[in-house]
Design a protein around this ligand. Structure first.
Ligand SMILES: [Ca+2]
Length: 252
């Protein structure tokens, strides 16, 4: 039997499937499904870049063998440890090149907790940013104002004048409340969007320790265009930061 010829566009693929004999049924079914899958992947990876995204930015959204979701989404949660790839002066500014958590403290066996994994305690250990995770003896041995997740990653060892970038995918325009999971001092932090000042936020209370955590609403921020934006967190010494939740204000 000669091979039939057919076009595999979406409109007639199903018709061909119904009218042809096996084994071409299988082929015809697999190809359209593959096309659909490819289109889905493409839609995830090709978020629209906003008109104000800095054209000369050399950083990239964080990703590794475990985290493959691409730019973090607003509305939603921005995990602080998922700052962009690109290194010192591009994706962040940190006062020294040592990662004092993953690349120093967590090299000590005692800090490699049984509830964690090498991926967690060594998370991005070669970055200058300082990263660690919540530990049984440090973060859960006392009451917290808000109890973080076990193995919650956070950025710490903060110093004055530091900043870090997050390429975020904003799905809806509008004003958002920002809720932070943080510890320690009642400092002021700020965010810029596409290199323009966008929000100044006040951490409402001292928690009393680097390892006593609080989750609180700290301010608002407005996005006037959907698509990819460069969100920059500016901070000084005094806090650990785990994540920021961005929720649309006033049920817009
Ligand atoms: Ca550092």
């Amino acid at each position: 039997m000669p091979f039939p010829t057919f076009r595999l566009d979406k409109s007639n693929a199903i018709l061909q499937l119904l009218t042809m004999n096996t084994p071409f049924h299988i082929f015809c079914l697999a190809v359209p499904l593959g096309l659909v899958g490819c289109l889905s992947l493409q839609s995830v990876s090709s978020a629209k870049t906003s008109s104000t995204f800095p054209a000369d930015y050399k950083g990239q959204p964080f990703g590794d063998a475990v985290y493959k979701s691409g730019p973090q989404v607003i509305p939603g949660r921005v995990e602080c440890a998922y700052f962009d790839l690109g290194g010192e002066g591009v994706a962040y500014h940190d006062v020294d090149a040592v990662n004092h958590g993953s690349g120093e403290l967590n090299l000590m066996p005692y800090h490699q907790r049984p509830h964690a994994t090498p991926y967690i305690w060594g998370f991005r250990k070669d970055e200058g940013m300082d990263i660690s995770y919540t530990k049984d003896f440090a973060d859960f041995s006392h009451p917290n104002f808000f109890t973080p997740a076990t193995n919650q990653l956070y950025i710490g060892w903060t110093s004055d004048g530091e900043w870090c970038n997050y390429t975020v995918n904003v799905k809806k325009t509008g004003t958002y409340t920002i809720t932070a999971l943080y510890s320690n001092e009642p400092k002021t932090i700020s965010f810029s969007v596409d290199n323009q000042p966008a929000s100044e936020c006040k951490l409402p209370m001292a928690t009393g320790s680097w390892h006593i955590w609080n989750k609180a609403e700290i301010g608002t921020i407005t996005f006037t265009e959907t698509g990819l934006h460069l969100l920059t967190l500016h901070y000084n010494a005094g806090n650990n930061f785990a994540y920021f939740d961005f929720e649309q204000a006033n049920h817009q």
